[in-house]
Design a protein around this ligand. Structure first.
Ligand code: EPZ
Length: 437
């Protein structure tokens, strides 16, 4: 099953406002670790509301490569995935899938817990930065895993995992998730200090507790960021059916698209409470936001362009601060607002690759180290631009919605890794946009 389709592109005829309402898809970053966690559960799990995206298909292929049976049904309707791990027996993860998706590394903890061993090639860096996995490996070693490398492969083996105290120097999302999954069936209790508190970590804990694990994640929001996992016998884990939360990054992307293009857009089925930092920035930039917590909807009113201005400074930080995954969509929207915005990227080492493409469209954006400076209010010209990664690609679509003439975003397979149907969604909102190959 190939995952990233190449020479795909998205064609956009710009300068049309967005109006209407769309549903938000299931969360990629919640579904991926929960799919990995199914590896721990000897039986059949049913996940509802998974997004129909290539990264999910990649994770399903990885699970199948271990001997698990995976059924993907109704991806356009119920979006339901069934994972049956009763015949799991292989511990080597195929290089082609691991290299295609870095987050496959989060399978290590679950496979150590279930099989006691795993072999995975080093996922390596990607265009948004080095992305080492030292915190993952260090955490698994502290739980008793023996880890060694042979060439480009990492081997991990544990005849018994033992609970311990692990203090993370940085609240890494993936490392927190890996340690949690390895600790579920460890002997004794594991305390993670300075754990990540992103909603995708909380959801993983909820899913595992629903399957019989004993995880206290309430402390994740205390200053010391504490998650406690009480180890249980593997046989205590049981089959479970679980609804995946919707995607806060996709919702935020569409809010920035409406802010940039203008108009009135309602997003249905949003993860209420997970968009506060983004909505705060958008209202400070002059658009109005209405949150309906009963109906899980948010509406942005950005039709009065005379009110849209850049704010002086934003920096990306760990949750609940402004997320790094919305940094590129923010920069694209800031090109369409009067005044200057400075954005500091505090999470990844090089997440401004989109800037060179925006400058080719006429945007006034400069980068110095971890700081980008956007001087908005200039007309963007439609161009053929290159999506070099997922969120940067989505941000180029936003720029294309606002540019005069035609914009073609090439290598749009990157965008399909995280957005179920960005062309269909934006078409519903009145954009003139098409998939091209
Ligand atoms: C998750 O990646 C998300 N991916 C990312 O979303 C997101 O940007 C990131 O968290 C931050 O919120 C998934 O959930 C699948 P980290 P992850 O470990 O777990 C450094 C998207 O677009 N680090 O919190 O890889 C790392 O280099 C993707 O959907 C180490 O140094 O993020 C980075 O600078 C992109 N050593 C920082 O921590 C480690 O062992 C944050 O990484 C691990 C991480």
């Amino acid at each position: 099953m190939t995952h990233c389709r190449d020479n795909e592109s998205i064609w956009i005829e710009g300068k049309r406002p967005l109006n209407g309402r769309i549903q938000i898809q299931g969360s990629k970053n919640a579904a991926l670790p929960i799919l990995a966690a199914c590896m721990l559960i000897p039986g059949k799990c049913v996940l509802k509301g998974c997004p129909d995206i290539t990264d999910i298909k990649c994770m399903c292929s990885l699970l199948q490569s271990t001997g698990a049976e995976v059924e993907i049904c109704g991806m356009k309707t119920g979006n339901q995935i069934t994972v049956d791990t009763r015949n799991v027996r292989k511990h080597r993860l195929p290089e082609k899938y691991v290299s295609a998706m870095r987050s496959s590394v989060v399978l290590m903890g679950a496979m150590l817990g279930r099989l006691g061993e795993v072999c995975v090639n080093y996922p390596g860096g990607c265009v948004i930065g080095e992305r080492p996995i030292d915190l993952h490996l260090c955490g698994l070693e502290k739980l008793g895993a023996q880890i060694w490398t042979e060439g480009n492969h990492i081997h991990a083996y544990a005849d018994e995992l033992r609970g311990t105290v692990i203090e993370l120097p940085f609240p890494s999302v993936g490392a927190t998730q890996n340690i949690i999954m390895a600790a579920v069936t460890a002997q004794g209790t594991t305390v993670i200090k300075n754990a990540a508190r992103e909603p995708e970590v909380t959801e993983l804990c909820k899913f595992l507790n629903r399957a019989g694990a004993k995880i206290d994640y309430a402390g994740a929001f205390l200053p010391e960021g504490r998650i406690v996992i009480y180890g249980i016998e593997l046989s205590r884990l049981h089959e479970v059916s679980y609804e995946i939360i919707t995607d806060r990054i996709v919702a935020g992307t569409y809010l920035f698209a409406a802010l940039a293009a203008g108009g009135e857009v309602t997003l249905e089925n949003i993860p209420i409470g997970q968009l506060d930092s983004t909505c705060d920035i958008i209202t400070r930039m002059g658009a109005a936001i209405a949150l309906d917590e009963d109906r899980n909807e948010v509406t942005i009113y950005a039709d009065d362009r005379s009110k849209i201005f850049n704010i002086p400074y934003v920096e990306t930080q760990v949750y609940p601060a402004f997320p790094t995954d919305l940094q590129s969509p923010l920069i694209a929207a800031a090109c369409m607002a009067k005044g200057q915005l400075k954005v500091r990227e505090k999470i990844f080492s090089s997440r401004f690759r989109i800037v060179e493409e925006l400058r080719r469209m006429g945007a006034d954006v400069t980068v110095e180290g971890d700081l980008a400076v956007v001087t908005g209010g200039r007309e963007l010209e439609g161009r053929t631009v290159i999506a070099r990664e997922l969120r940067g690609g989505a941000a180029l679509v936003i720029a294309g919605l606002c540019a005069s003439g035609i914009t073609t975003v090439t290598d749009s397979g990157y965008i399909e890794r995280g957005y179920q149907d960005i062309v269909g969604d934006l078409t519903k909102l009145g954009a003139r946009i098409k998939n091209r190959n």
